[in-house]
Design a protein. Structure first.
Length: 146
């Protein structure tokens, strides 16, 4: 998992670092799916990976249990396009829900064939949670001989 800081401009466009553009196979005008399913993290998929993810959710959870996740993805998702300056436009409903409609620092990371976009406060909260559990995990790791 690789994380990198980035920013959202005053129009809610995400500055996509070059490594992330390459991961998506992006070029000027390329279109992607941007959405959320947990109402905290924005997720960018290639269109192909988005369709595959939807299929996997239905298969793993079953149609009934998958419905709330798929609903949220449809409700807040939409096509996002990359402009010539490497900025990704995000759907209005997604920006509004996640508070990504103003200039701010965000963190991007690769995870399971997608790019996750976290607000700085959510990224810092994750760090604090993992920091609390780090000592125990390190001791377990040392016990394995690795």
């Amino acid at each position: 998992m690789h994380a990198e800081d980035s920013s959202v401009d005053e129009k809610g466009r995400l500055k996509m670092p070059v490594a992330f553009q390459r991961y998506l196979g992006a070029s000027d005008g390329a279109a992607f799916m941007a959405t959320t399913y947990d109402l905290k993290t924005a997720i960018v998929y290639t269109n192909e990976d988005f369709l595959e993810f939807r299929k996997d959710v239905k298969m793993q959870l079953g149609p009934t249990k998958a419905e709330p996740i798929l609903y949220m993805m449809e409700r807040f998702g939409g096509t996002s396009k990359l402009d010539g300056d490497g900025r990704l436009s995000l759907p209005g409903a997604l920006k509004e829900q996640l508070g990504l409609n103003k200039r701010q620092k965000v963190y991007l990371r690769f995870r399971n064939r997608r790019i996750e976009i976290l607000r700085e406060e959510d990224y810092d909260r994750e760090f604090q949670v993992h920091q609390v559990n780090l000592e125990e995990a390190v001791n377990l790791l040392k016990g394995t001989g690795l």
